[in-house]
Write a protein that binds this ligand. Structure first.
Ligand SMILES: Nc1ncnc2c1ncn2[C@@H]1O[C@H](COP(=O)(O)OP(=O)(O)OP(=O)(O)O)[C@@H](O)[C@H]1O
Ligand SMILES: [Mg+2]
Length: 290
């Protein structure tokens, strides 16, 4: 079975989605790996950057997004069909990347997420219903070498469903005081969840994102974080591995990330300069750690 990797940070807007989408595209296109991206975020950013909005809207109406999966549990129905929900060959690159599939999210999840704790907990479950996603996708997992999960900036029930099935999680992080402040909290909460549910997720590491080379603070935070990564895990200041690859803040062609702006190659999408190379390096580094 393939590796399942979640992208998590409780802080919003740190580049989780952009990084997850890029990793999915690079693994699928450059490395010819079969990839499924699961968009667990009700903001649906990954979904709309990988597929046509009208087609997605129709699927949502037909119950072919993650909304229906959770709705079924609330309403005791069984409309959701994983094989219909997964969209094959997604991305605005080359009219769709052969090895890249998407399990789309839905804005409707915003309305139902507060009711989710009312779903009766499963047989194996102590506190909350976190096995729903696992039950739904287990029949398709064998098709994929990688499943990447884009998480919303919280540890609500929908996110926990992703964490429950993950082998690893990546923490994209802006190297400033406020953004790094919450890392121990993420590590602690995920570790508690892992123990409570006897699941197996491990931190793969922190990826520094939106790095500003002109910022003295950003420059000083990188060695500081690396220092913390070398502490014993029992130390309160410990953080997991800091990826060597750093994703800079770039005023790049934002248009290219729009689904409607079709491009032929990843180089066209991510620019011929550094951004393409950075995501390529990030993908290669990730492959060393799985
Ligand atoms: N390296 C970068 N350089 C410049 N802009 C970026 C970079 N990474 C992401 N962005 C832009 O910043 C915004 C936030 O990025 P993104 O949506 O990936 O963050 P996020 O952590 O997923 O946010 P949320 O918590 O809301 O899900 C987006 O408009 C995205 O296009
Ligand atoms: Mg996001």
């Amino acid at each position: 079975m393939g590796k399942i990797i979640s992208t998590i940070n409780l802080k919003g807007g740190v580049g989780k989605t952009q990084m997850t989408v890029a990793l999915a595209e690079f693994l699928a296109m450059q490395h010819r790996q079969k990839v499924l991206l699961i968009d667990l975020d009700p903001q649906t950013n990954a979904t709309v950057s990988l597929m046509d909005e009208k087609a997605w809207f129709k699927k949502d109406q037909k119950g072919e997004t993650l909304l229906q999966l959770f709705k079924d549990k609330l309403e005791k129905t069984s409309v959701f069909d994983i094989n219909k929900a997964i969209v094959k060959r997604v991305s605005n690159v080359g009219g769709g990347i052969t090895n890249l599939d998407l399990l789309p999210s839905s804005l409707g999840l915003i309305d139902i997420q507060d009711s989710l704790p009312l779903i009766p907990a499963g047989r194996f479950y102590v506190t909350s219903p976190v096995t729903i996603l696992k039950e739904a996708i287990s029949s398709v997992l064998d098709h994929y070498a990688f499943v990447l999960i884009d998480c919303p900036p919280n540890l609500g029930i929908i996110t926990l469903n992703g964490i429950y099935i993950s082998d690893y999680y990546l923490i994209p992080c802006i190297p400033d005081i406020l953004s790094t402040y919450g890392i121990p909290q993420i590590l602690g909460r995920i570790d508690n969840f892992k123990k409570e549910t006897k699941s197996s997720i491990e931190p793969m590491g922190i990826v520094i994102s939106m790095f500003r080379a002109q910022s003295r603070l950003h420059k000083s935070m990188v060695p500081e974080l690396k220092n913390r990564a070398s502490l014993p895990e029992s130390d309160k200041k410990w953080v997991p591995r800091i990826f060597d690859t750093i994703i800079p803040l770039t005023v790049r062609t934002a248009d290219a990330a729009e689904f409607s702006a079709g491009v032929n190659t990843l180089k066209q999408k991510y620019g011929y300069g550094t951004v393409f190379n950075d995501y390529e390096n990030l993908t290669n580094e990730l492959l060393r750690y799985v």
